[in-house]
Design a protein around this ligand. Sequence first.
Ligand SMILES: [Zn+2]
Length: 217
Amino acid sequence: MLVDTGPGQGDYVHKPGILRAFQVLTHVPLDPDEAAVRQIALLGHDPMDVSHVVLTHMHFDHCGGLADFPYASIHVHQREYEAFTGPPLRWTDLAYVRRHLAHDPHFILYGDGRETWFGLPAIRLPFDPEMWLVPLFGHSRGHCGVAILTETGWLFHVADAAPMDLGEYVPGWVVSLVLGPHAPRLREFAAAHPDIRMTTGHMWLDFFENRDVAGRP
Ligand SMILES: [Zn+2]
């Protein structure tokens, strides 16, 4: 099971316009070996064994690689699927690239329930070890975080609901314009739950380089 795919192999060959713009703005080097399907193979696994992909949201840089995992079921919040497939209503909807679903993958959609995970409204995913979809709408209309109970404790991936590093200073108006309203609440959550490791969707590589495999400093 994979959480988000990043750009797919096809995106490196035929770059969507939004990816070209993103590349200019962020100076991200586009190396096809970074595609999830190749990274999984480099780790010694067969990418065809990926049978489930959980998506935080469906922007081009999070779901572009779906076609690299054609046998996987795709798990996403219903609101996000509807935002992707419906008419664009706001500027961040420009980050949806229709061709990323051209292979017609099998979707499993989730609506809001009544359960909570550490006090946050959440939806239990049908996986073992325990996993939750944590709605953090704002960056996109159905954007969610994903919480996973790993062998070394809880890992909470808040995707694009907070700046690259939760401790990093980014002006508040930029955060709420691009990332949605949750960053202050997530910072409080991190302070209240120091045992829960938290990551975001876009982090500097050195965040990982100085850590062990479990993500500890
Ligand atoms: Zn996004």
